[in-house]
Design a protein around this ligand. Structure first.
Ligand SMILES: Nc1ncnc2c1ncn2[C@@H]1O[C@H](COP(=O)(O)OP(=O)(O)OP(=O)(O)O)[C@@H](O)[C@H]1O
Length: 613
């Protein structure tokens, strides 16, 4: 310190140095926190390795004979489906396991069978009451001792269940909801008692993707399930899910504290499902007529199906219209009396109703394996949601059809609903990318989303089955006209609804622009605007009123490059010819331009189709 510094100057220097020291302390504390968390992870991993060494899960184990016999005698099954045996071996060995098998892949057997062979009690955490009821009922029919504790358990039975947990040495499976596990102290104390007595054999966490806020169906109570590893470190956890991206898997490993787990992942590809997207008509009446005629043409023998709608009101209206057209159907959504909802579900499961028209409230509890079709009346909020909802078809592995009716205005409706959710935009764009594809196989898009190598499609999606040539059109002029139409708006915010934008574009004061816009149908105008959103030349903007959220469109910063002549926009179009390969899947008139897709799609293939048989 200089000897000539005045106290005031020195004060400034000292204050400055103190600030620096505080900043360093903060950095060191953050680093300490990080290292502590990492140390705990490494301790858990080494402890898991010590407790249950890794092995070749295809190999032979002391329990092989028991496992095979239980498979045949108790479950009346002859052989394992892919990965079931490996998952069972790893769990029997005592490893924590993350199991990703597609819908209908047979995840339940992966914990039900070890529960019988290994002895002790397997706790199954499952999010849905109806699913729990169905499973417990099914297990009891097989003579397997199973109980559940949920909000549906009558008060007088709760004491009996607790008594059974304490004393019934034959009990093998105990089902509970995550709420029960994380909030009911009495339940946790019973688990502690089981654990101390060495009777808590395994914990299965079904629909484990609900842990992660990056996945669909995030549930806050699932996020607290890390308490199970903390309280019962020696008990192997088996986390199961049908849908999870790599990011969701990483997240759920951390949340459940099973970082050292064995991960088994079969392809998410469902080869028996035919994926199709159709242009959705612009009027509700026409959409209903299209759905009715499609079901009547393809499933006239009353095969079961689901129609997913965006809102409760849509569900009720569409049900009335389908009924009027002679289809046996009922609606299902969250705003119904639970008994009425259950009644509809049962009638549909029994085949009395052919079609259930539902919101996404109808989901994880569906146990019906012979659903032949799933129709999306509106776009889902993410590709994961669409995959999972569609995946309720064909769980018996027989051919089934997943049909999405798509138009861009539904993206805006959906956006206005999900705009409050985390990650709504990348989620919505992922499903838009899927829906607007023309030349890219839909399986490839889904596989890429889940980080998988492309699966063989064998013409089991409309893009591969269609077989018509794709033409690539330069539509830069039209794209500039759309941006100009927004710029010419009298309002300061320069934003418009989709309808306003199309009207303004078609009424452009530049005659050539208006002529070009009108040379396209309004549907095609809409598709080009969708593409501009999807390629980031336009963006969504929201207006909030006391009653609703409205979605608008406005130019994004990238639009300036378009108007400056630095970007070119191409659209793909297909001229449909008579196409036998697509058979009933492509019911369109010859020569009709059926779809447009992004010119920025990596897999854009301008000339001929592939994958056609
Ligand atoms: N090894 C097997 N052989 C034959 N059928 C099996 C086998 N394993 C399971 N199944 C049957 O497959 C059907 C689906 O099983 P399960 O309900 O466990 O699937 P899941 O993977 O949980 O599907 P979801 O994610 O849709 O709930 C059931 O009817 C079940 O009995």
């Amino acid at each position: 310190m200089s000897q000539t510094a005045t106290p005031a100057e020195e004060l400034l220097l000292v204050t400055d140095e103190l600030d620096q020291v505080e900043e360093q302390i903060e950095q060191l504390l953050a680093r300490q926190h990080q290292l502590q968390a990492h140390k705990e992870q490494l301790l858990r991993i080494t402890e898991a390795d010590r407790r249950a060494p890794r092995a070749d899960w295809h190999g032979t184990f002391t329990w092989d004979a028991d496992v095979q016999q239980t498979l045949q005698d108790t479950f009346s099954l002859q052989a394992f489906r892919p990965l079931q045996r490996e998952v069972i071996n790893a769990s029997m060995q005592g490893r924590d396991v993350l199991c990703l098998l597609p819908s209908g892949g047979g995840k339940s057997l992966c914990y039900q069978l070890p529960a019988l062979v290994g002895g002790g009690v397997t706790l199954v955490v499952s999010p849905l009451l109806s699913l729990i009821q169905d499973q417990v009922h099914g297990l009891r029919l097989l003579g397997i001792p199973a109980i559940s504790l949920t909000s549906l358990t009558p008060k007088e039975e709760v004491a009996e269940v607790y008594k059974q947990i304490d004393n019934d040495k034959e009990l093998r499976l105990l089902y509970a909801t995550p709420e029960r596990v994380v909030s009911a102290k009495r339940f946790m104390s019973k688990l502690e008692k089981l654990y101390k007595a060495g009777r808590l054999a395994r914990i299965a966490i079904d629909e484990a993707h609900c842990c992660s806020q990056w996945g669909n169906d995030f549930r806050p109570d699932y996020k607290k399930l890390g308490v199970l590893k903390q309280q019962f470190p020696d008990v192997p956890i088996l986390a199961l899910t049908a849908t999870a991206t790599d990011r969701v898997c990483d997240d759920l490993r951390t949340i459940l504290r099973i970082e050292g787990c064995e991960s088994f992942r079969s392809s998410i590809n469902r080869p028996n499902l035919f994926y199709e997207v159709r242009q959705k008509a612009s009027t509700a009446a026409q959409v209903t007529a299209d759905i009715v005629s499609w079901i009547q043409a393809n499933y006239a023998s009353g095969e079961s199906g689901i129609v997913y709608c965006l809102t409760r009101k849509d569900c009720e209206t569409l049900t009335g219209e389908l009924q009027a057209a002679g289809l046996a159907c009922g609606f299902y959504h969250a705003d119904m009396d639970p008994h009425q909802r259950e009644h509809i579900h049962q009638q549909w499961s029994a085949g009395t109703l052919q079609v259930i028209v539902a919101t996404i409230a109808f989901g994880m509890g569906i146990n019906k394996v012979d659903v032949r079709f799933v129709i999306h009346h509106s776009l889902s909020k993410s590709l994961e949601n669409l995959y999972q909802e569609s995946g309720r078809a064909g769980r018996d592995l027989k051919p089934a059809h997943c049909l999405l009716f798509y138009r861009f205005s539904d993206v805006l409706r959906q956006a206005a609903i999900v705009a409050y959710e985390a990650n709504w935009q990348p989620n919505l764009y992922s499903v838009m990318r899927y829906a607007s594809a023309l030349s890219t196989c839909r399986r490839v898009i889904v596989g890429r989303h889940f980080g998988e190598a492309p699966a063989e499609c064998s013409a089991m999606c409309d893009c591969c089955a269609r077989g018509a040539p794709v033409v690539k059109k330069d539509v830069t002029g039209a794209a500039v006209a759309v941006v100009d139409a927004l710029a010419s708006l009298p309002t300061a915010d320069k934003r418009a609804t989709l309808l306003q934008l199309i009207d303004r574009w078609r009424a452009s004061k530049v005659p050539a622009e208006a002529k070009a816009a009108k040379a396209m149908s309004r549907d095609e105008n809409e598709r080009l605007i969708a593409q501009l959103v999807y390629e980031d030349y336009l963006q969504m903007d929201f207006g909030f009123t006391a009653y609703a959220t409205n979605a608008y469109l406005k130019a994004s910063p990238k639009a300036a490059q378009l108007t400056a002549g630095k970007k070119t926009v191409y659209m793909e179009c297909v001229e449909v010819q008579a196409d036998e390969a697509a058979g009933q899947h492509a019911q369109r008139s010859a020569g009709e331009v059926i779809e447009l897709a992004s010119s920025e799609d990596e897999d854009f293939q301008p000339a001929t189709k592939r994958g056609r048989s």
